[in-house]
Design a binder for this molecule. Structure first.
Ligand code: HEC
Length: 217
């Protein structure tokens, strides 16, 4: 395994939005009557004795009416036309597909690697929801991404300031640690997270266990 001195920039925990953001029309496009209607519907609740109008349709016409189970985030928008639903299903199939390294008996889903993070989008975006940190220090870190960066040189600093690149990548490992590799090859590294667990009391009296990185106050 290569040694590297890259600074860990962030361990980005996966946070996918629960619903596909509804296309937002700018407020300026609204007529006075529309604006008044939107303001009436979105004003803060004052009466908690009964449901708010439209409370059951929080995604508008796209709100799914299917059962809210473990697949709750995986349904297509309710208002897709047939062709768009077909495209959703094809995309969802690709998203869930496990890719394999070449050569293999399939030529439809090979070409993975030689370095990679996961075999499928779904391995991280679990059921289209968020991922999780490893349950124990040496545990499975599949749904974490470890981003890497080094001290930027003058040119890189200028590009970062202009928003043209996020950081200065590690010269060998790039922006992202790839902790998996094809059979017989070494991955770029392995992820191990050290933490101690502390019990914290929330304002409502509930006790939760939070993790703290050693040396971090
Ligand atoms: C190794 C884990 C991993 C895999 C595999 C992965 N993702 Fe992600 N994805 C992430 C993480 C972590 C983020 C958030 C990154 C960040 O904010 O820096 C993310 C962000 C995204 C976002 C942006 C979401 C948003 O809220 O802005 C999209 C879209 C996305 N991924 C789609 C995909 C697709 C499509 C695939 C498969 C081709 C895929 N991802 C594979 C971990 C992964």
């Amino acid at each position: 395994m290569p040694s590297f001195s890259a600074r860990l920039l962030t361990v980005a925990l996966l946070l996918m939005p629960a619903t596909v953001a509804a296309a937002q029309s700018s407020r300026e496009d609204l007529s006075e009557a529309d604006r008044a209607r939107v303001e009436a519907v979105t004003r803060p609740a004052t009466d908690f004795s009964r449901p708010e109008p439209f409370e059951l349709m929080q995604g508008g016409a796209g709100t799914t009416k299917r059962v809210s189970d473990a697949n709750a985030l995986s349904h297509p928008g309710e208002n897709l036309v047939f062709e768009d639903e077909q495209r959703f299903l094809v995309g969802n199939g690709l998203f869930r597909k496990d890719w394999v390294t070449a050569p293999s008996s399939t030529i439809a889903s090979d070409g993975l690697g030689p370095l990679f993070n996961a075999r499928a989008c779904q391995a991280c975006h679990i059921k289209d929801g968020r991922g999780h940190a490893p349950l124990e220090p040496e545990g499975n870190a599949t749904s974490l991404l470890v981003r890497l960066s080094v001290e930027p040189d003058a040119g890189q600093r200028e590009r970062i300031e202009k928003g043209l690149q996020p950081a200065a990548p590690h010269p060998v490992l790039g922006f992202q640690l790839q902790d998996n590799a094809a059979a017989g090859l070494n991955p770029e590294g392995r992820i191990r997270i050290d933490y101690s667990e502390e019990l914290v009391e929330l304002a409502g009296g509930e006790i939760v266990a939070l993790r703290r990185r050693p040396g971090f106050r």
